[in-house]
Write a protein that binds this ligand. Sequence first.
Ligand SMILES: [Fe+2]
Length: 380
Amino acid sequence: MEFACKDFKVGKCEGEKLVDGETMPLVLQPPAAEKNDTDSLVAALKENKEWFEEMIIKNSAVLLRGFDVGKCEGEKLVDGETMPLVLQPPAAEKNDTDSLVAALKENKEWFEEMIIKNSAVLLRGFDVKNAVDFNEIVEAFGWDDIRYVGPAPRTHVYKRVWTANEGPLSEFIYYHHEMVLIKESPKKVILYCEIPPPEGGETPFVPSFRVTQRMLEEFPEVVEELDKKGLMYSFTALSKNDTSSMRGRGWEDTFATSDPKEAEKRASALGMDLEWLPNGGVKAVLGPRTLTRVFDGRKGRRMWFNTMVGMHGKEHSSATMADGTEIPIKFVKRGEEIIEEESIQFRWQKGDVLFLDNMALLHGRRPSLPPRKVLVTTCK
Ligand SMILES: [Fe+2]
């Protein structure tokens, strides 16, 4: 095995077995006779925490969980966690959807823990053929569905499965937490690649807490001021759907009604006020919303849970402080640069299924050459 740790020596034990290329158990010994005391051991463990945890996962994933841990181009180590965690079939003949669904059902809690721990899990190398297979994978977990509300035009495909944004492939869909402005956002966004694009079309994602960390280093006062005051947003929606625009979802589809009074009621339940425009469209105003948020179970990380960069100063949208004060342009610009610098992406392969922790990651879509078919589902 590849072995890259100077603080341990690999040993052997009676009864160990080689399973699918991994020795179980992995025996670790002192690197030298005089380093066998508990203090040295604790120091070595502290020094190699991430590596040691990887070794446990590498072995337990194969032995107990029915997955092998893989790698993908573009993955990053963020605060000790590999993003995304790549899970592959434990053996070539176990790559069918039935085996995968069985392994997921068997290891539901563990898998969910991995999504929270690593923020993103990529299932790769499984023969996931279509929306029906994808739906079965999602249903293995029993998570509740959550209905999409937002500007993207989407089409229903099968049961819980929808097309991802059908706006023009030539446009960049800017980084966002899914449904960040709605009272209840999905906990998980799950994407499936049926047709990988020939060029571009990645789904980059960004560890949200890193953006807050870096913005706090550069603009501590503005971050705190915005978090205290909150943000007000506005956006306009057309009357009918227009798939020639990536934010072309009309208000009728957005609020699932063609009755303006009903739309107002539904908008208000989502925390928005509607103003009707002479062209039949509508302007939605919402806020105040926080700049950052901390969610349970995410190590107290302060997430960049807003859509300031995406909506500030645009033709169809705006973002200001809740008291009407303009947000400094420099602050918005640096936010945009930092988000891009912190982004992680891989090239889609046919059959890939990507689980994103929507509380922890922003995601987007890079411009793409056709064809590209990525399907999506969102869960509570
Ligand atoms: Fe999205």
